[in-house]
Design a protein. Structure first.
Length: 333
């Protein structure tokens, strides 16, 4: 089958802490760029977050932060639909329909589930069913493309399997087959210790940090112990790896040359990195402050998004309900 002219692009963002440069260059930047390439649907995966975060206050703040972050970083509500997962209850209803056709074996093979258990997260039923909820998210909105990081590709493949099992069980064809889309050219962004940047490693540089805390983070990027005068290798320098994500080609070339030539210390490079971070996100930072001062506007964007998203989910869920032998809509809905 040929790809639709305006594919439905869908992704979910877990509200699980302050966003960092790895999230931006690995995922968010691509989400924002895609909003003009198709019919973009993005939601804040708050039901998913409940599988690991059970703190009323932190939860509410994290949900609000994702909305502010995405809008500040350039998500345009007139181009993309943005909503909160829990505002579209059809998704949880579809989760159940899918769970009834999903083999235990499929879920037991989940890398993400196994990783989380290995990290000491309590194995609850919700965590185990996480991929089924994710499949419902994807299928309820007729998604063609699902931009995700490598760690989530298996979940999209599981979604394809669940859609097929449902179609086979009921002799129907109610779901669109989704494909995962990996961020093009997105490299793994290193953290301040040189490992992959991740909030679970405590090595992040937050996008919206500023002033002293930001400076402190940048100044603590780990380097080798070469002195100012020594020649240095840019490719093995974390400061350079981060800098090139934000600097122009000419600036990147200049820093590489300075490092190779010697007479240029890591302290100098850190100052340039700090300036690059500040200027790259200056506009977004100002916009975030404006948005935070207008919570009604943010709430409006999410409510409008939920209404639009719900129209699609109602239709798909209706077809799935009919396929199993129920009426298309529950009574009074
Ligand atoms: P974390 O590792 O901090 O918990 P998440 O797993 O919540 O981050 O990731 C959210 C998104 O950001 C995913 O799409 C993931 O692929 C991307 N991402 C996270 N860290 C990095 C990184 N260091 N480099 C590139 N992409 C990343
Ligand atoms: N599990 C995804 C993550 O941790 C978030 C997510 C939930 C998602 N539902 C989704 C991503 C549907 C894509 C499509 O990053």
């Amino acid at each position: 089958m040929s790809a639709p002219a305006r594919p439905r692009i869908l992704s979910g963002i877990q509200p699980s802490g302050k966003l960092h440069l790895g999230n931006y260059f690995g995922a968010i930047r691509q989400h924002i760029a895609l909003q003009h390439e198709g019919s973009a649907y993005y939601f804040i995966a708050d039901y998913h977050a409940l599988t690991t975060l059970q703190d009323r206050q932190l939860f509410a703040e994290a949900v609000r932060d994702v909305a502010l972050d995405y809008l500040a970083l350039g998500l345009d509500p007139s181009a993309a639909v943005l909503w909160r997962q829990s505002d579209v209850p059809e998704v949880t209803e579809l989760t159940w329909l899918l769970a009834t056709v999903t083999g235990m074996g499929l879920l037991e093979r989940g890398h993400s589930y196994k990783d989380k258990i290995a990290r000491g997260i309590t194995p609850r039923a919700g965590l185990f069913l996480y991929p089924v909820l994710m499949a419902a998210d994807i299928l309820a909105f007729e998604s063609d493309l699902v931009p995700v990081g490598k760690d989530q590709v298996q979940h999209v493949e599981m979604t394809q399997d669940m859609a097929e099992s449902f179609h086979a069980a009921y002799g129907c064809s109610v779901f669109v087959r989704p494909e995962a889309r990996l961020a093009e050219g997105a490299a793994v962004v290193p953290g301040i210790d040189g490992q992959k940047m991740s909030k679970s490693y405590g090595n992040t540089i937050e996008i919206f940090a500023s002033g002293k805390p930001l400076k402190k983070r940048v100044m603590s990027v780990v380097t080798d112990s070469l002195g100012v005068d020594d020649a240095k290798d840019p490719e093995s320098c974390t400061i350079f790896q981060l800098y090139r994500l934000m600097a122009s080609e000419a600036q990147t070339g200049e820093m590489a040359e300075h490092l190779r030539r010697g007479g240029y210390g890591y302290g100098d490079a850190k100052k340039e990195l700090l300036a690059a971070i500040e200027s790259t996100f200056a506009e977004a930072r100002a916009r975030r402050i404006e948005l935070a001062a207008d919570p009604d506007h943010v709430e409006d964007v999410l409510a409008t998004g939920a209404r639009r998203a719900r129209e699609v989910a109602r239709r798909v869920l209706g077809a799935a309900r009919e396929a199993v032998g129920m009426r298309g809509r529950p009574i009074d809905a």
